[in-house]
Structure formats: C-alpha cells, structure tokens
Design a protein around this ligand. Sequence first.
Ligand SMILES: Cc1ncc(COP(=O)(O)O)c(C=O)c1O
Length: 331
Amino acid sequence: MKETIFDLSRPGVSGAGLQDPEFGALDPSDWFDAEPLRTEPIGLPEVSEIELVRHYTALGRRAYGVDDGSYPLGSCTMKYNPKRHEPLASLSGFAHAHPRQPESTLPGLWELLFHLAEHLAEISGMDHVTLQPAAGAHGELTGLLMTRAWFESRGIERDVVLVQDSAHGTNPASASMAGYRCEMIRTTPEGLTDLDALEAALDDSVAAVMLTNPSTFGLFEKNIQEIAERVHDNGSLLIGDGANMNSLMGIVRPGDMGVDVLQLNTHKTFSTPHLSGGAGAGPCGVKAFLEPFLPIPVIRRDARGVDRRGIMPSDATPRSQGAGEAPPRAG
Ligand SMILES: Cc1ncc(COP(=O)(O)O)c(C=O)c1O
C-alpha cells in the first residue's frame, strides 16, 4: 500500500459525529484559557469510517511483530510479554486518565502509582523513583538531566559522560541529548570494564559514568564496587542502565552497589506491555541527594492523613534528610 491516510483525505468527508445533541455545541473557550487553544484547524485527514477502518486493517496485516515470529530487538532481556498484562494496563482508570481530570477522581490512581514507585525503589535500592519517563531511553535522559541539574545547582561545571564501549546505543545518545560529550571506556578481552582505562579517563571534566550491569555482553560487572568507589572519589556520579535488571532482581540491588541514578525498563524486567516494539515505561530511581531534581509533579504522602496524596511541584528546597547535598563520598 503506497497511500497514507492523508492521501485518502477528501475535504468535507467525515466518519465521526462527535456532537452530543443533549449538550449542544461546546465553546472550548468556556473551558480553556486562550493560550492553549488552537487558532488554525489541526489538519486531520478527512475520510469515511470504512475508509479509515480498511486503511488501518490493511496496515495491521503488513506489520510484523512478536505474534508472527522471532523478533530480534537488541540486547534487551525480555521481549515477549504475556497478553494478560494488556487488559490490566488498559483498565479505564489508567488508560483514560486525563491531565485535566478533577483531582477528586484521582486518589486511587495516585495510590497505585505511589506504591509502585515505592516498590521499584525498594527492589532497586534507590531512595526515590519517578514514573514519568515513557521508555528506557527516556529514563536515561531523565537521569542525565537530573545529574546535570545537580551539578549546576552546586556551581560545578562538568561536561563529559563516560560510557562502556559495549553500551546500548541509547546511552551515548541520551548523554549527548542532555548536552554532554561522550567518551568511551574500553572493555577487557573478558568483556568487563577496563579499570585502568576508567582510571585514565576519570578527571574533573567527568560528570558521570554510565554502566550497564549485567552488560550488553550478558556479563556481570564483578568490579562494580571498585568502579563505584573510583567514580565517587572523582566527584562523579554513577548512572546505572537498569535494562537488564531482571537478572539481578531479588539477588542484589544496584543502589547497594553504589549506583546513584538508575532507569528501569518495566516492559522488559516486569513485562508491562511493549506496544508494537516501541516505548513502554522507564521509571528512573535516584538517591536522596537528587530528590529535589525529580521531574514534577511528584506524588507524595501528605502529612495530614494516611490516605491523602499531594501532588506538589518540586522546588530547590530539600525536603528529605540529605536531599540536595553531595553524596557523602563525592567531592
Ligand atoms: C541495555 C539497554 N539500555 C537501554 C535500552 C533502551 O530501552 P528502551 O528500548 O525502552 O528505550 C535497551 C533496550 O532497547 C537496552 O537493552
């Protein structure tokens, strides 16, 4: 099929009647401020309902995915996710939540998200987790932006991120999107991080070292504690890529190994739905000193009662002990 849905468009054709006669025409300016309101038509294709259905049904037949056969997608550790998880993720309270929904209808969702974040923090050994990133790579970027904000808040200029030569391509991509220069650390013939190469590269330009453990070679980085010490002695942060977390879970925790920032790929480790091989979710965990830099809004327990949850903007004021300060060992 060569045609896109836009090629099929004919002005004035419509397959949908959205107006509810009971309410008459709604004027969006009664509901929204002028600033977010569109002034030009959005330019959606104009087709009949059956044209739309046929178009996407035909495209769906051309798609190849895990239901059709082998689906080799990089090093990621889990790609077939049980179908049962799709109806769970599609529950209306999740799938239809809307940013403009009245807050009084949201505490149930907040409760679940709050506890999910707590569980992920516990499993990974981190102090706080944001659920906002929408993919592993997005979680990496979020962690790097928090790292950058933390250094900036302390008036320290560092512009280099070190990545393993075995790293997933998203690591250097995220680092450069966050404004860092990337330098590679070679691996030894056994496939582990070369400690001498690391030592030689660590200087006061290095903001962070990104490390995947187990690496994309599938090897556990047995020198991880020594690596963490060297990185912290240099005043740098250790960013863990947690995409391969399912091989560690319940055995060791990245936070205990000295990792300061870690993204989790829940569509791998926890088999949440993975769409069509695309994004899923990439919660990002941090140690307490990075808490003020979590993206907002943050769900947190309100002191006024156990069942109340507050969504409050993050600000520069540390809220928990140790927040915003240097990690104890970093210079
Ligand atoms: C080691 C590693 N890091 C990061 C990613 C990126 O995750 P995502 O595909 O969710 O963006 C992947 C998988 O693609 C991976 O295997």
